[in-house]
Unconditional design. Structure first.
Length: 74
């Protein structure tokens, strides 16, 4: 699992998460990769960094992560 998830802290806080379980990290990772189109062995951090700098894309990430997490951050 990529360590880039630590950079998603502002996004995860907006989702309502502070800490993620292992299963939730997998869901978030797969969701981010799906949304951004960065699949396989693509370096995800450069792609995510661009998305975080764009408020529209950041809001899209927040919305999609909220929708994918079955039991958000309990």
């Amino acid at each position: 699992m990529s360590c880039y998830l630590r950079h998603l802290k502002p996004v995860l806080e907006k989702v309502g998460c502070g800490t993620l379980t292992r299963d939730q990290r997998k869901v978030v990772d797969n969701t981010v990769r799906s949304i951004t189109g960065a699949r396989g062995n693509v370096l995800i951090w450069p792609v995510v960094k661009e998305w975080l700098e764009d408020s529209v894309n950041q809001e899209r990430l927040i919305k999609e992560i909220k929708n994918k997490l079955v039991d958000p951050c309990q």
